[in-house]
Design a protein around this ligand. Sequence first.
Ligand code: TNX
Length: 522
Amino acid sequence: LARVAARTAADLLAGPAPVRLGDVIPAPERVAADPTADFVLPADAAVRVSLDPAARDVGEQLAELLRPATGYPLPVTDVADPEGPLVLTLAGPGPLAVGVSGEVGAVDLGDEGYRLDVTTDGVRIVAVTPAGLFHGVQTLRQLLPAAIDSPTPVAERWVVPGGLIVDRPRFPYRGAMLDVARHFFGVADVLRVIDHLARYKLNHLHLHLTDDQGWRIAIDSWPRLATVGGSTEVGGGPGGWYTAADYRRIVRYAARRHVTVVPEIDLPGHTNAALVAYPELAPGKIPPPPYTGTDVGFSYVDPADERTYDFVADVLGEVAALTPGPWLHIGGDEAFKVRGAAYTGFVERAQRIVAGLGKTVVGWHQLAPAAHLDGRVLQWWGTNGDDPDIAAAVRQGARLILSPGNHAYFDMKYAPDTPIGHDWAGLIDVRRAYDWDPGTHLTGVPADAVLGVEAPLWTESVTSLAEIEFMLLPRLPATAELGWSPRAAHDWVGFRDRLAGQGPRWDRAGIAFHRSPDVPWS
Ligand code: TNX
């Protein structure tokens, strides 16, 4: 009792929570703050979680997030235990009764939504799926003081602002792409990028695994792709590639964070590294020299040779077998030397190969003129949102992932003096990354044809994890908010101020972000 009394006195002295309930990125769908209901995490707190292995693992991850900075033991126990103020519960599917701002209604939390209640007694997160619980945990993390990102114990009053959040995503697909072909990045770097995605409720990592400058995944049936094709990169460095075990590790790490890996094998262009390894695939069977420059559009596998389709089927078959997620990305961009019917014929065969493997085909929007295949997804990277081929493909049932080059290409410079990056699609400061609407961006593409958004990071000029983080942060949270938050929540000034609150968290975590001048960093 004496301890409880002492804590209460200290809490009264310490005043209100430093973070407000709405200070979350991406902005939640509904927020009802109750400043009388702040909760302070005690040193003897436990995490209680539903009896489900995947839910239990989310509870373990919550404890793992909180232990370093708090220094608290945070045991993870069964939800039936009476003790422990942090409770994660799986609810059955269907509408959940909620009352936000006095209005009582029912909300279907769906596959990824959650409800988070903070009262003086504790924090309760309810979701229909472990993914929903995981997203709720990311929100809770942002509601704690910034010092929660410290890797070592900090003396802090671990206060969570009181009230209720009911939240779910606007779009099902929210992602980022990492080009590991132009420069190779090892497994540890990729895992760290996955951490950044998870923090902002992004749920897809697209890996651009092959390009002219390098082939980055071992293929048993065509071993020289990796051993020969993987040994180069832009600028002449040593390159590298993922073994099947490396790739599985990435997939597993991502899955634990409710992130799906989308592997891309770029075809029929962007294939110089494959042709160096297997000149029999090259037009005229002429072995090309390895390429370590940054031009595009010169290479292609021979669409007129049947051997090419053996290669495509073998490679896609092995990658599909390693990939639990539903997507297989076949590239299709900038195959400038494969024109007209040669191009569409190649793409149509590749699309059928993917479907035959039980996967959903994704490709850059250049795929549009090829015949429709049920379920196919086109990834838009243009800078002018008016493309009749796209509108026609959508009318036939194609869905779109939006990565407009002039808003979502985070290899673009922030400003003229940004030390790395391109500017062919313009300069992209944080405001430009934020100020567009995926629901209305493309002419002839209604919001219900939009699967979601993705921020690609091409790496011709990006050579290290620090440079990856510099280009992604602080722009990636803008993509996350466009993909998750209701359009009604869109507000540059509000976003900018919430983004400023992320800076101290990244500082604590040792993340090398760009201090964009359009954000009021404290
Ligand atoms: C275009 S956009 C490419 C990439 C380059 C990028 C550089 C697209 C599908 N292809 O090959 O890396 O520009 O910004």
